[in-house]
Design a protein around this ligand. Structure first.
Ligand code: PLP
Length: 381
């Protein structure tokens, strides 16, 4: 199938609007020019609305992980402790990064299950310089309780680091209200820009506690903050200039739509996928509770009994619809549909229709239609 006819419904990278793609092809400019500074400032101003923060924002060249790395490397020295909470792949990444720079205290939950906040608090009682968590655990389709962990971080005087990579701009995410000291996102998710930029917000409280020297040279947050605060904002090293063009354009599109309306649309779209799953007898993968919710940017569903990953995702791919599978220990057990950024109602309906065709072929449902009807009822509501 022609790539131009392919519908990308994975939880990042996501579809990029033609307007944003055109911005990528603008002629190159110097990253030390006033023109670049104007673009960088404009991006930071709009990103603050995306992050719901007054904190300083920097944009780093690299994928989302560079932002996670920058946060931990800047704060955690050899003998410092960082509590790392995980219930999926990306939470575990924080543990790996924490172990690289200092002493990680992992608080590990089964993938796709809610945090037990008492266990988080018990770990913090042992004393830690920071606590890190993933707000939207993309690997399992779960939105974790950042607000509640934020309260615990304050109570125990720990710097609060949150990976909002598949969350910010899609899910509700309130950096300042939730007391998030360092929040991180990546360009290829709800920002709807190609991969290659990480965005990091840093509170004054986190900055006061930075190590004198970050263990990472390239992702040294102090250096990035110093450069963005120049009278003409810059980055310490040559950035991916074309991606800044794209990000500025995409942020303007989000502002035109309205940041809150964008989030509300994203929420409704995820709800439509959940509703279609229910109508088709497909179980959602994660477990939720009063603080932990189904993600509004990625829906993780159990693979229907007797259907293989190859039949389901491979069959959908033949029809030009790309959805994600499970990662690591849940590979083949789940599949995931991403709905963020510029995802449209017709994208969702085409995806559900294609899923129905596969389910009919595999003898799981008698006929097509129930999923599309359920999804469109939500989308039109
Ligand atoms: N954290 C979360 C929640 C993610 O979804 C991802 C990527 O999917 C990452 C971290 C890693 O981001 P990247 O691959 O951009 O480095």
């Amino acid at each position: 199938m022609d790539i131009e006819d392919t519908l990308l419904m994975i939880p990042g990278p996501v579809k990029v609007a033609p307007r944003v793609l055109r911005a990528l092809s603008k002629p190159m400019i110097s990253h030390r020019s006033g023109d670049f500074s104007v673009i960088y400032s404009d991006c930071c101003k709009l990103l603050k609305q995306f992050f719901e923060t007054k904190n300083e924002i920097v944009v780093m060249t690299g994928s989302g992980t560079v932002g996670m790395d920058a946060a931990v490397a800047g704060l955690i020295g050899h003998d410092d402790k960082i509590v790392t909470i995980s219930n999926g792949k990306f939470g575990e990444r924080f543990t790996e990064i924490g172990e690289r720079y200092g002493k990680a205290i992992p608080v590990k939950f089964e993938w796709g299950t809610p945090f037990d906040l008492d266990r988080v608090e018990a770990a913090l009682e042992g004393g830690a310089k920071a606590v890190a968590m993933v707000h939207n655990e993309t690997s399992v389709g779960l939105t974790n309780p950042a607000k509640e962990v934020g309260k615990l971080a304050r109570k125990h005087d720990a710097v609060f680091i949150v990976d909002g990579i598949s969350s910010i701009g899609g899910n509700e995410f309130f950096t300042d209200e939730w007391g998030i000291d360092i929040a991180i996102t990546g360009s290829q998710k709800a920002l709807a820009v190609p991969p290659g930029l990480a965005v990091v917000s840093t509170s004054p409280r986190a900055e006061e506690r930075f190590l004198p020297k970050s263990a990472s040279y390239y992702s040294d947050l102090k250096a990035h903050l110093k450069s963005v605060r120049k009278s003409q904002p810059q980055t310490p090293f040559t950035p991916a200039v074309s991606l800044f063009f794209a990000m500025q354009e995409s942020l303007h599109m989000a502002a035109e739509e309205g940041f809150a309306l964008r989030r509300a649309r994203t929420a409704k779209q995820a709800q439509s996928v959940r509703s279609a799953a229910k109508a088709l007898g497909i179980e959602l993968f994660p477990q939720v509770n009063e603080h932990t919710h189904y993600s509004n940017t990625v829906t993780a569903m159990k693979m229907p009994e007797g259907v293989t990953d190859d039949k389901l995702r491979g069959g959908m791919k033949k029809q030009g619809v790309i959805v994600s599978g499970g990662q690591d220990l849940i590979k083949g057990k789940i599949f995931r549909i991403g709905t963020m950024g510029m995802c449209s109602s017709s994208d969702i309906l085409r995806t559900i229709q294609t899923l129905e065709l596969i389910l009919v072929k595999e003898g799981k449902i008698a006929s097509c239609g129930a999923g599309v009807e359920a999804a469109s009822t939500v989308l039109e509501s």
